[in-house]
Design a protein around this ligand. Sequence first.
Ligand SMILES: NC(=O)c1ccc[n+]([C@@H]2O[C@H](COP(=O)([O-])OP(=O)(O)OC[C@H]3O[C@@H](n4cnc5c(N)ncnc54)[C@H](O)[C@@H]3O)[C@@H](O)[C@H]2O)c1
Length: 276
Amino acid sequence: MNAIENFNLKSNLAIITGGAGLLGRKHIEALLEADADVIVFDINDKALEEVKEYCLDKYKKEILILNVNITKENELEKAKEVIFDKYNKYPDILINNAAIDPKFEKNSKVNKSRFENFELNQWNLEISVGLTGAMLCSKTFGYEMAKNNKGVILNIASDLGVIAPDQRLYKQDGLSDEEQNVKPVTYSVIKHGLIGLTKYIATYWADKGVRCNAFAPGGVFNNHPDDFLEKVTNLIPMKRMANIDEYKSSILFLCSDASSYMNGATLNMDGGRSVW
Ligand SMILES: NC(=O)c1ccc[n+]([C@@H]2O[C@H](COP(=O)([O-])OP(=O)(O)OC[C@H]3O[C@@H](n4cnc5c(N)ncnc54)[C@H](O)[C@@H]3O)[C@@H](O)[C@H]2O)c1
């Protein structure tokens, strides 16, 4: 096989969870550019419609958008039926990408992002999407892949799945320690947990033709304020955040036969932040 041909995803069917979000759209582009058929699960109807339009416009290709809450097993089972009815097969690629980007009330005397104030319902909510949702999708669709002896599961972790957050990044002048925002504990736990889930699945179905890897990207530049940008780039040997398009080739590598002997691994791509 020619090395470039290994990246081709023709006749592959892929699900991307949270695919209507910022990076999910880029994962869709990567797979469409390699000729895969793409299904997107998300709970944001407006964003789902937008991404469908965008793909039709840019790639002249129809994607299947489904409003599926990945925390609900019955919705996943229903989606599985819809997919089989449409394609007469189950997906052979799953990208577990969905996550909740939590918003904490600003200017509150009790900062709920802080560990000492972190509420159990917030913990449960975020874990249910970022970690439980990935487990449920892997269980539902990975089992079909195992029965079919072919599949790839890719878990989107983060550089913060490998290192701890540096809370100094989020410090704001003029606020007491108790008022300072922090990166929530859930983020670390979910992203480290996804790497654990990756290793579990990678060994569980290794003899069934299913590979599972994790991707650990650093932060993508998205018009961050200058003071944050300065602080974060000081922690990155390459002195910059990622560009939005910079992860597409890695996603394609990890989802295709280009990575056919890679299993249970975590690919770090963070400008070197996690090695400093
Ligand atoms: N953006 C970054 O800089 C960055 C860096 C490292 C890792 N990541 C990770 O990459 C992934 C994508 O990040 P993003 O910036 O595109 O986030 P995003 O918030 O833009 O997208 C997440 C998507 O998940 C969807 N979602 C939320 N709950 C859901 C549910 N219950 N069921 C189905 N879909 C649901 C949301 O509607 C949203 O469209 C996340 O796992 C994130 O942690 C992002």
